[in-house]
Design a protein. Structure first.
Lengths: 292, 212
């Protein structure tokens, strides 16, 4: 397939390169793994196949051979040589046809899976573009030709996934450094409505809201970070780490979004609001909100 | 291992992580080594840092309790001090832009800085900052200098640098705030190699002064 126009940001992503954190290499991969998996499933790809992650849509591409594609994630209108297509549906194209994707109505990231997968050479076992570490393929640019792999499995029909919520509630588990904050900070985190600032990329999403105050002002020796970590720099305004987060960080993490909800964090768009809630049954390690 | 706390201090990191808090870099290195051999299935990553070590795991495949027990057992093992570890030798030309400043900060002459830096044996404590960037512990106390007050936007690949209790080699051009004392032509991160990083946690390292 040939990229005519990449839109604001399109990258190749798969499930990332786990297991290299000890070498300072992060996992990277799709910011919304569930939507990537769904798109791959629909076109019959292996779950590890690489697809294209569009940020705010608007990719235009021409297919040089017959292909089957599916779009999942942030809902976009799209057309194939002018004919409208449907999200989450296996869609055939003929050689020479052009795909034109609009901007998503909600959410941020839309996944384009093509039967056979995007077959660029893997780096450390993954085709993901790590925008922080500069590993993996270059981000898509006009004129770039992406090789497609051979079709593997049959296509699938799926029930459309639930719509993205306008004001999602992300479940967090307290810690590891909730005790570095004033006792009310975790409650504030979970009571406030936060807004997503424009400072939002594959590395992290900076939020705006009430200040989360620290009780310990000592410098935290750099410690390992994870996707979904809610890190609080000195400003008191939290940052949610996404797929390309740094492997280590020097600011305390007040709470971590559960694995199931980190995909929702990957769909947060600037200007949107969100809330957090503490995972049911989570007593935290250092702060028991359930009382004695 | 020496000085290892009897009860491990563990902190939850979401639903797929456990963070071990330790008292010193030496304990981090010791536990990293003790965990190197047998990993339970479902453990994805063991990531050491300055005073902590993170285990990432798939909660569907292995329970937090099991990971905790594995960590606890490993922490009670005696350090395998006899383990033979090859020492990686890093040839360095000590011509870094901050060598004079490091001499001023430490009250030493530049040749004394070079002599101390190349006279020590270091251990890779952990990697971070960028792929293959190894934090080497074992700096002589006399060489402990602060980071530069103003970081450089571009530090060249191969730069050998100092800051605080660490020394290291920048694997490729990047921003950086450490004091540059020299450079090496040795490639420390190569995607064609397995593992791609030359300086992996636990590796012993010596710097050799290169001349000419």
């Amino acid at each position: 397939m040939t990229v005519i126009s990449p839109g604001p940001l399109s990258t190749v992503q798969d499930l990332g390169r786990p297991g290299f954190g000890y070498l300072g290499v992060g996992r990277s991969g799709a910011a919304d793994r569930r939507s990537l998996r769904l798109a791959n499933h629909i076109v019959g790809n292996d779950k590890s196949a690489a697809a294209i992650e569009m940020t705010l849509g608007r990719l235009r591409a021409r297919f040089e051979r017959d292909a089957v594609l599916a779009l999942s994630g942030a809902p976009c209108e799209f057309r194939i040589d002018g004919a409208p297509g449907r999200m989450n549906t296996a869609t055939k194209l003929l050689a020479g046809q052009e795909l034109r994707v609009g901007a998503p109505s909600t959410g941020l990231r839309t996944y384009l899976a093509v039967q056979g997968g995007i077959d660029v050479p893997p780096v450390l076992g993954s085709r993901a573009t790590d925008t922080l570490a500069h590993l993996g393929p270059q981000k898509l640019s006009a004129g770039m030709v992406l090789p497609l792999g051979l079709a593997t499995g049959p296509t699938s029909e799926v029930d459309p996934p639930a719509d993205l919520e306008a004001e999602p509630v992300l479940t967090v588990i307290a810690g590891p450094r909730d005790d570095w904050f004033t006792p009310g900070a975790l409650l504030t985190l979970c009571a406030a409505t936060w807004s997503v600032t424009v400072d939002a990329d594959r590395i992290g999403v900076r939020l705006a809201g009430p200040v989360l105050s620290r009780s310990r002002t000592a410098e935290l020796p750099s410690e390992p970070m994870v996707t979904g970590a809610v890190q609080v720099p000195p400003s008191g305004q939290p940052i949610i780490f996404l797929a390309d987060h740094p492997v280590t960080g020097g600011y305390p993490v007040v709470a971590v979004i559960t694995g199931a909800d980190t995909d929702l964090a990957g769909q947060l768009r600037p200007g949107q609001h969100l809330r957090f809630r503490l995972s049911p049954g989570d007593s935290g390690d250092a702060l028991d909100l359930r009382g004695p | 291992m020496a000085g290892m706390a009897r009860e491990l201090r563990l902190r939850r990191v979401g639903d797929g992580g456990l963070l071990v808090e330790l008292d010193s870099l030496e304990q981090v290195i010791g536990l990293t080594r003790a965990l190197a051999d047998a990993r339970p299935g479902g453990v994805i990553d063991v990531i050491p840092a300055a005073r902590t070590l993170l285990v990432r795991f798939e909660p569907e495949e292995v329970s937090r309790t099991m990971v905790g027990q594995w960590l606890s057992t490993a922490s009670r093992q005696d350090a395998d001090d006899d383990r033979v570890s090859d020492t990686v030798e890093v040839p360095v030309r000590y011509d870094g832009a901050d060598l004079a400043e490091v001499a001023r900060l430490t009250g030493l002459t530049a040749p004394q800085v070079v002599g101390l830096h190349s006279g020590a044996i270091y251990t890779v404590a952990f990697c971070g900052f960028s792929p293959g960037f190894a934090y080497l512990s074992g700096s002589p106390a006399a060489l402990r200098v602060p980071r530069r007050s103003s970081p450089r936007t571009k530090v060249p690949a191969g730069a050998v640098a100092l800051a605080g209790e660490f020394t290291g080699v920048y694997p490729r051009e990047s921003p950086g705030g450490w004091q540059l004392i020299g450079h090496t032509d040795l490639v420390t991160f190569d995607l064609e190699k397995n593992p791609p990083a030359l300086l992996t946690p636990g590796t012993l390292v010596r710097f050799i002064e290169a001349t000419g």
